[in-house]
Design a protein around this ligand. Structure first.
Ligand code: GDP
Ligand code: IMO
Ligand code: MG
Length: 466
């Protein structure tokens, strides 16, 4: 059985929880795109684990995690996350984690370029260097895991020196950013960057804050890669060939379908293909998914720039933000909140190729007297489908259908038929509009706070023996 779990909004739909729930049914859990810009939260018995690069299947001891060829690997982040997991008693070795030898690396000059393009009018990226790493892949300048494995002479060092100079030039001449402004930005965004950039900048002395030509310290980057070579050696393999023979694989998408580089809300998107196709190219396998679970949050959220037509800039928006604890797991930024938008969701479901739905965070709507769902858009008085341009999306007028709230806690309920009738009406409407069954319903953050369809229970979700 090959299954994909794909978010169909703007990310943070609760993919991590669904993947963690299903992982024990699979031999392998595979990430195929994105990188440590993702933040997937798993809560078990009140204990929280946040995964960025490694799959949310890692808590299942029988499931091997794979990072496919389409994932962008920051070696520092990989090392940090492995150590974090080990400190929680989760052993990480080759039996538990494989990394594609074809995966591209995110290096500090990607992060510097990401920062440089975010100074001034950015799009609110996670500053993880994702966009520049995808640019270098497509521009055929990427450095891959296999380059580090084969590192025996100075060719790799020379490349890194060249790419650092190239980044310096881009930062100075294309982005018109100086050493001074980059350092100031780095300081201001320290929380998002942690120490992913500062150790790799030329030291700031003599004279202080000079308008330096050379920003990146290539020797520090080479040293860092040398330090991480054994880690990459331990986990690297030809994951595509390995996956080809596997029958039981769960694919975990990162980000959300509406952040897809081709079909999302361009240019306010991430740089990868976040839907069905991205999982195929990013795993390197010509597989066919038996099930594609489209993960939908019961309301809308978005973090970073870009329009969200149903955004609520009022007390209800604040209520959803605080009650739903809508804070980015990667960047600590508040997520903007609004009503469920079925025009956007239907667009996302097409990108994902979803065959069914998982609906998360239904419990966050518990306290509301009335709930709205956006069922259509008009633009200049005419009904429109999800538009291709951001400024059109800014001008659409959402059409709403109002639902009665249930005004009682549902967190302890484990059977759909036991939900208040108002909540059942909300779910049935979503099924009717999307023409897809909801098989998993989230009623709390914990793994167990989940309502499973009978088919799901017999299929083995929540199987013991993790
Ligand atoms: P992801 O990026 O799609 O994996 O989603 P995130 O982990 O970034 O954000 C989802 C947040 O909602 C996390 O803090 C989860 O623990 C939490 N969550 C997931 N499902 C539910 C649910 O059904 N109810 C509640 N209350 N929280 C949930
Ligand atoms: P998960 O997997 C929500 C957003 C950023 C920014 C845009 C581009 O946790 O759902 P990038 O750093 O990718 O170049 O930023 O995409 N973004 C996400 N938003 N969830 C995510 O991942 C995201 N990954 C990137 O906020 O607007
Ligand atoms: Mg997230």
């Amino acid at each position: 059985m090959t299954t994909a779990v794909i978010g169909v909004q703007w990310g943070d739909e609760g993919k991590g929880k669904i993947v963690d729930l299903l992982a024990p049914n699979f031999d392998i859990c595979c990430r195929d795109q994105g990188g440590d810009n993702a933040g997937h939260t798993v809560v078990v018995g009140g204990h929280k684990t946040v995964l960025h690069l490694i799959t949310s299947g890692i808590l299942s001891s029988r499931t091997r995690s794979v990072l496919g060829c389409g994932v962008k690997i920051n070696p520092n982040s990989l090392d940090y996350e492995i150590e974090e997991l080990r400190s929680k008693g989760i052993p990480i070795n080759r039996a538990r984690l494989l990394v594609s030898d074809r995966a591209h690396l995110i290096l500090p000059y990607h992060i510097a370029r990401d920062c440089a393009s975010e100074i001034g009018e950015g799009i609110g990226t996670t500053l993880k260097g994702i966009g520049p790493a995808y640019e270098d892949e497509v521009g055929r300048r990427g450095i891959r895991v296999c380059d580090v494995l084969q590192w025996s002479n100075s060719a790799l060092e020379r490349k890194i020196e060249e790419y650092c100079q190239r980044a310096d030039n881009l930062i100075h001449y294309v982005n018109k950013v100086s050493y001074r402004s980059l350092v100031a930005f780095e300081k201001e965004r320290k929380k998002m960057l942690r120490d992913s950039l500062e150790p790799y900048l030329e030291p700031d002395h003599n004279p202080p804050l000079a308008e330096k030509k050379q920003i990146l310290n290539h020797a520090a980057i080479i040293e860092m890669l040398r330090r991480h070579k054994p880690l990459l050696q331990e986990h690297a393999c030809d994951t595509a060939t390995y996956l080809q023979d596997q029958k039981s694989v769960l694919h975990e998408a990162a980000q959300g379908a509406l952040l897809d580089i081709n079909m999302g809300t361009y240019p306010m998107v991430t740089s990868s293909c976040t839907g069905y196709g991205g999982l195929l190219t990013g795993s390197g396998t010509a597989t066919r998914f038996d099930r594609v679970i489209g993960v939908v949050k019961a309301y809308s959220t978005r973090v970073g720039g870009g329009t969200m037509p149903t955004e609520l800039k009022d007390a209800i928006g604040d209520y959803l933000q605080s009650c739903g604890n809508e804070v980015g797991a990667t960047t600590g930024r508040k997520r903007r909140c609004g009503w469920l938008d079925l025009v956007a969701v239907k667009h996302g479901l097409r990108i994902a190729g979803a065959t069914e739905l998982a609906l998360t965070k239904l419990d966050i709507l518990d306290g509301l007297a009335e709930i709205q769902i956006c069922t259509g858009y008009t633009l200049d008085g005419t009904d429109v489908s999800f538009p291709p341009m951001n400024d059109q999306l800014e001008r659409v007028v959402p059409q709403y259908k109002t639902f009665e709230g249930w005004k009682k806690p549902i967190g302890e309920i484990r059977r759909r038929e036991d939900l208040p009738k108002e909540a059942q009406a909300y779910l049935s409407f979503i099924e009717q509009e999307t023409k897809l069954p909801i098989r998993i319903i989230g009623v709390g953050e914990d793994r167990d706070a989940t309502i499973l369809a009978p088919s799901e229970i017999s299929y083995g979700a929540l199987r013991d023996g993790r």
